[in-house]
Write a protein that binds this ligand. Structure first.
Ligand SMILES: O=C(NC/C=C/[C@H]1O[C@@H](n2cnc(C(F)(F)F)c2)[C@H](O)[C@@H]1O)c1cc([N+](=O)[O-])cc(O)c1O
Ligand SMILES: [Mg+2]
Length: 214
């Protein structure tokens, strides 16, 4: 029977990456996406910008919206300090199952908590379920029409503190116009656009980095 793209991506990781070596997992996925099949990972070019933001913020608590196959999950977690916590939300059970295996192959299971379900259900439960006060860094890479409502929900649930960083993928392609309009015009955020390209292509895309001002 026909395999899925996430299954083929996982097979490429298990074939080409070294167990317990997160950077080799990232490299194997980028190679698969460049040489075999495009997939919607943040990719190597935007991934370098992601790495620099993670390193600069040095977060103790991270929320990722949109795990997919855990490419950015592994990329972020490999840069976190020892007791830092990364919670990643994934809606699709099949993608979650693949992501868990990619995370295990990278040897990052003790740094990452993958939660299955919808952001609207889980964001209001974060504090009680995961003993989280606020997030130092949020990486938005899920459905593009959910960036704005979920940002407002995180504000309402008190999950952002003065200085929390939101980093949003795909603000140009596929685009998140309502989110960009809100975050760039709100007095509660200071935003910066990092111009790049859509993963594995020459199409323009970029990351929007926003600091919550409280
Ligand atoms: O559509 C794109 N990404 C959508 C990504 C969607 C992924 O996020 C999960 N999710 C949904 N809700 C949640 C949460 F968190 F709410 F639970 C998690 C979905 O199940 C899916 O795995 C995309 C598309 C392109 N492209 O070029 O078309 C390029 C990209 O980089 C992209 O990210
Ligand atoms: Mg993306």
């Amino acid at each position: 029977t026909q395999t899925t793209r996430p299954q083929r991506l996982l097979a490429a990781v298990q074939k080409n990456a070294t167990r317990g070596d997160p950077r080799s997992v990232v490299k194997a996925i980028d190679q698969f996406c460049r040489q075999k099949e495009w997939a919607m990972n943040v990719g190597d070019e935007k991934g370098c910008i992601l790495d620099s933001v993670v390193t600069e913020v040095n977060p103790a608590t991270v929320l990722e919206l949109g795990t997919y196959c855990a490419y950015s999950t592994v990329r972020i977690a490999s840069l976190l300090p020892p007791h830092a916590k990364l919670i990643t939300l994934e809606f699709n059970p099949h993608n979650a199952a693949i992501a868990r295996q990619v995370i295990a192959w990278a040897g990052l299971g003790d740094k990452i908590q993958l939660v299955e379900g919808a952001s609207g259900d889980w964001i209001p439960k974060m504090k009680e379920k995961f003993a989280i006060e606020t997030f130092d860094l949020v990486f938005l890479d899920h459905w593009k029409d959910r960036y704005l409502p979920d940002t407002k929900l995180m504000e309402e649930c008190g999950l952002l503190r003065k200085g929390s960083i939101l980093l949003a993928d795909n603000v140009i392609c596929p685009g998140t116009p309502d989110y960009l309009e809100y975050i760039r015009n709100s007095p509660r955020y200071k935003s910066q656009y990092f111009r790049s390209h859509l993963e594995y292509t020459k199409v323009e895309d970029g990351l929007e980095k926003s600091v919550f001002l409280g």
